[in-house]
Design a protein around this ligand. Sequence first.
Ligand code: 5RP
Length: 266
Amino acid sequence: MDWGMANRLAQLIQPDGRCVFMPVDHGYFQGPTRDLEQPGRTLEPLLPYTDAVFITRGALRSCVDPARAKPIILRVSGGTSMVGKDLANEGITTSLEEAVRLNVAALGMSIFVGTDYEKESLLNLARLVDDAERCGIPVMAVTAVGKELEKRDARYLSLCCRIAAELGARVVKTYWCEGFEAVVRGCPVPVVMAGGPQVDTELEVFQFVHDGIQKGAIGVNLGRNIWQNEFPVAMMKAIRAIVHQDATSEEALERYNSAKSEKVAL
Ligand code: 5RP
């Protein structure tokens, strides 16, 4: 592997082989998502606990201090919105030259397997990998489901992850699901888990993150379940304990509860 590629991957994946990515890219199709109305404010307290930030170029330039940034995974697909005809009809929104100018550690884009735009999104991924690999930049593929959250099962996600890896993604971001071990087993590159919409309790988040890590995911790219929580920093500390210290979900809950009181004590 070329030095540049190895160096960028090492910025993302920590020496223990694990990672906690912080996605704040939701605005690129959702607009000002709850608790992400001002991405800079959302991100600020979480940065110390974040291994890399998943973000668009616009939010990066306007909301993140270049002197204090963490490694950046640049979201480079888009062109659709929640109120448009079809979320799957994405294109590549950002040039490679721009990514190099922004000194990013990786690029991220969505694929929409099984939709009318399957072929376009997969060929976009293949072309992006061709171009990015020439510059030593890894691509993270996102197995997007759009509004169809019920698609998140092991059979479908295994298909998406494997295709993304075959097309050259260096990392694949997917959802946790029942039978997650099949998703990881069928994917020859590292898998990270997204969270989707906020779930009912913190323990549920810790349980699926723990299960996913035990079944072979290398980490998370978890947004709403962290920054829409009442205590986002406490959530980050608890999630880091699972990912980087192999804490159980119960231990993570204790960590969360004690971090909440740390905040109150301040
Ligand atoms: C949004 C994304 C997000 O990065 C991804 O869904 C992770 O965030 P969350 O945990 O909130 O689902 O790709 O398009």
